[in-house]
Every structure is written in structure tokens, then in C-alpha cells.
Design a protein. Structure first.
Ligand SMILES: Nc1ncnc2c1ncn2[C@@H]1O[C@H](COP(=O)(O)OP(=O)(O)OP(=O)(O)O)[C@@H](O)[C@H]1O
Ligand SMILES: [Mg+2]
Length: 251
């Protein structure tokens, strides 16, 4: 199996507080075609891991490396990493006044493919995705995320994911605050996206999204390190018992 993401011995500190050690020798390998889940207590470093994969300026990598699709991306720009094929769903997507969702989707597709877009077939594709996701087509004409509810923003992100067709999707608590119907939309979107060549990394505290997916591996992240890896049953164990057994091991 081909390794898609290979994180080796990663140490990360906060940009605005160099004494704040967050990731602490983290190792993680995701192969092509796999679905991985990361769970862990609040503050254990899950969002930091997601942001570090994108080389967010908020964090500094002090040791280790991130190999993605055969290339060291540890020091590459977020823009480069996105074009290379990682898509991240942010906890709070930004509002962009003056830019319609349709235009935004066109821009990101163009930036990714570097090809001229056939407008008619592009809108047909967008409309088909919106229909499949049960999104009202009129959203395409609204300003990106402006006045969108939390759930609508998440649906819009799933649409962006489908338009970009990345190699790896990282979802950081995409399910939090979503009603049951919106969760179905996210699950449906992941279903439409997933094939044997691409991979998903889901960060979550709840069973809602992962129960509809075939999960290959579940990791427990505590104090900036993966302390346990298992199959889907490990998530069930955590939902039932919490982290106490793993936290004790660490302390
Ligand atoms: N810029 C920063 N400056 C100082 N500390 C930070 C910074 N960013 C993150 N941290 C700290 O690093 C730790 C890990 O944060 P992170 O957001 O990665 O946790 P998390 O696992 O995603 O938690 P949650 O489940 O609550 O989302 C926390 O203690 C947080 O306060
Ligand atoms: Mg987080």
C-alpha cells in the first residue's frame, strides 16, 4: 500500500508562546484509500496537528517531518500544500463578502487545475453536487459564508471539497454543532468523495460522522502524542469509557 501522509517524530510549539510545547514526538501514517479517526481530550493537540499539516503560521515545527505524497511538505506554504492535494475543513470558516460561492468555487478549481474552465459544464457539475447534497441551488449566488448558519458553512465546505477533489481531507470537528440532517449531508459528501486512492482524517468527539464510514484506524492523541491505535472498536470503547485509562498510562 502506498503511504499518502507520513508524519515522523513531530514536535510543535505555539508561535506566540515558544514555551508551549504542543505536539510531542507524534508519528502517524495514512495510506492511500484509508479512513483514519483521531480522538483525544480537549487541548491534547488535535487541531494543532491538523494546522501543522498545513504549515499554519500559528505553529512552529521544531523537530520531525511531514511527508505527503512522496514529498517533504514540512516547510511548504499552505497554498502549495493545498494545491498538492490536502483539504482541510476549518472549525470556523471565514466569511468573504463580495465573492459569490459560485465564483469562489470557480476560482479554487482554476487555481488547482491551471486549466480554462468551461462555465456551462462547471455550473452543471456544481448544480449536480448541490442536488446530491440536498443544498438549495440559490446558495451558489450568495456571498461566501456571509450570514450562513454554522451548518450551511459546513455544507459549503463539503461542496468545496468535492470541487477540489483532494488526495487527503482533514476534518477538524466538522460534526460539532450540526443537526442530524446536516450530518447526513456531510456523510453523503464524504461518500461521494471517497474512492480507493484518496484518504480521510477525521478529528471528532462524537460517533455521528464515523458511524456511516468504513473506518480503518482510530488513534488516541494525548499530550501531543498518539498513545494508542486500534480499529473502529477503539472509538466505541472511548465513547463508552472516556480517556481515563489512557491518561493514567501517560501520567
Ligand atoms: N497559539 C497558542 N498559544 C498558546 N497555546 C496554544 C496556542 N495554540 C494552541 N495552544 C494550546 O495547545 C494545546 C492544544 O491545542 P489544540 O487546539 O491543538 O487542542 P485540541 O486537541 O484540538 O482540543 P479540542 O478538543 O478542545 O479542540 C492547548 O492547551 C492550547 O491551549
Ligand atoms: Mg481542536
Amino acid at each position: 500500500m502506498k503511504k499518502l501522509l507520513d508524519i515522523k517524530n513531530l514536535y510543535t510549539i505555539a508561535e506566540d508562546d515558544h514555551n508551549k510545547k504542543i505536539l510531542n514526538g507524534l508519528n502517524l501514517t495514512i495510506n492511500e484509500g484509508e479512513v483514519h479517526v483521531i480522538m483525544g481530550p480537549n487541548g491534547s493537540g488535535k487541531s494543532t496537528l491538523a494546522n501543522t499539516c498545513f504549515n499554519s503560521p500559528k505553529y512552529i515545527t521544531t523537530k520531525g517531518e511531514i511527508i505527503f505524497d512522496g514529498e517533504d511538505i514540512t516547510d511548504k506554504s499552505p497554498d502549495y500544500i493545498s494545491k498538492k492535494g490536502i483539504f482541510m475543513s476549518f472549525q470556523n470558516p471565514e466569511e468573504i463578502p463580495g465573492v459569490s460561492l459560485a465564483n469562489f468555487l470557480k476560482t479554487i478549481r482554476k487555481a488547482k487545475t491551471n486549466e480554462k474552465i468551461n462555465i456551462a459544464s462547471f455550473y452543471k457539475e456544481v448544480n449536480e453536487y448541490m442536488d446530491q447534497l440536498g443544498m438549495d441551488r440559490s446558495y451558489a449566488q450568495r456571498e461566501l459564508n456571509v450570514g450562513f448558519s454554522g451548518g450551511e458553512k459546513k455544507k459549503t465546505e463539503i461542496l468545496q471539497m468535492l470541487i477540489l477533489d483532494p488526495k487527503l481531507v482533514i476534518l477538524d470537528e466538522t460534526d460539532s454543532g450540526l443537526d442530524v440532517d446536516a450530518i447526513k449531508v456531510v456523510s453523503k459528501g464524504l461518500d461521494l468523495y471517497k474512492d480507493e486512492n484518496n484518504s480521510i482524517l477525521i478529528i471528532t468527539h462524537t460517533p455521528s460522522i464515523i458511524k456511516n464510514l468504513k473506518v480503518d484506524k482510530v488513534h488516541i492523541l494525548i499530550n501531543g502524542k498518539i498513545v494508542k491505535t486500534g480499529d473502529a472498536s477503539l472509538a466505541d470503547e472511548i465513547f463508552k469509557n472516556g480517556y481515563k485509562d489512557y491518561i493514567n498510562e501517560e501520567n
